[in-house]
Design a protein around this ligand. Sequence first.
Ligand code: NAP
Length: 335
Amino acid sequence: MTLNVGVIGVGMIGQDHIRRLTQVLSGARVVAVTDVDLNRAKAVAGELAGARIHENGQDLIGDDDVDAVIVASWGPTHEEYVLACIAAGKQVFCEKPLATTREACERILDAETKAGRRLVMVGFMRRYDDGYRAMKDTIARGDIGAPLMFHSAHRNATVPGHYVSDMIVNDTCVHDVDIARFLLDTEIVAARVVKPRRNSNAADHLTDPLFLLFETADGAIVDVEASINIQFGYDIRGEVVGESGTVELAESAAVLVKRAGGYAGRIPEDWRERFVRAYDRELQEWVDAATAGRSTGPSSWDGYAATVVCDSALAALRSGERVEVSLREQPELYR
Ligand code: NAP
């Protein structure tokens, strides 16, 4: 059986997911697209055999030919479309963030809990990266003892012109927050943010770098270095320190070249290159699960927790104080 997918928002990542579904993965076809920029939707649909263009996301979700939906529009629009998918009983893959406010995420949790089954997967693709998966397996086997600390570094070469300081937390570090919860298998309960000396490569309106410090429910510490104008490439680092050992991500280069008294390996240009296989695996697992009528992967709860933790980190950035994270009680559906 082939899963008929509708895509809401065909900007950068929407188009990348369409490429994936049509050229890389199996078991799905894109039958409908929409975008606030209808000309862009038309251009994208023109490359797809038989894909319909809808005026808006609600019409696409209501299309009987659409079995499942990808939401890849601008973050503030996610809530409306995810709620509509839940109401229609359709599986939805929602790019991060699940929604941009705690209240919006809670409305999604309420709707999905009322529906009585999981319908939402959130696009935290790092969970599908071989390196992070091997780290998680190492920790779960008890090879390094109980995890005490997680050091994470998120370094972007540059950021686009529309990037504002809050996005360092909401858009960039949200991935580190999610992967910390995944690796350590616990919730984050408090946040602090420290501002190191400014990077002179950063635009004047940006506070770059930032150093985020999180406490987890079982007393571990997570630190995240976010550098968004590091120039040399996209460099993602992660190390968990346990009671009797450590586990860390290896360098991501496929080969090292040794010559002329030195050695070198390629550093990815951006997240698309670094996590290409993770995105493929993430979406294939969603297609397979949606085809079988079930949900998989990061849940609405994970999306909610990430949004609330990032809100607390932003409050900590503004106040300079330690800010507690308060999550509602976790519904049975997500345990
Ligand atoms: P983008 O290039 O700006 O694409 C978003 C697209 O959605 C644009 O075409 C936009 O149109 C359209 N759009 C906005 N509001 C809409 C609405 N109400 N209905 C339908 N379409 C609408 O942004 P992007 O980089 O692809 O990001 C899209 C989402 O993916 C964001 O939530 C982002 O955080 C997420 N993302 C995730 C990752 C990841 O690593 N998992 C990476 C990148 C992006 P206009 O341009 O006309 O506004």
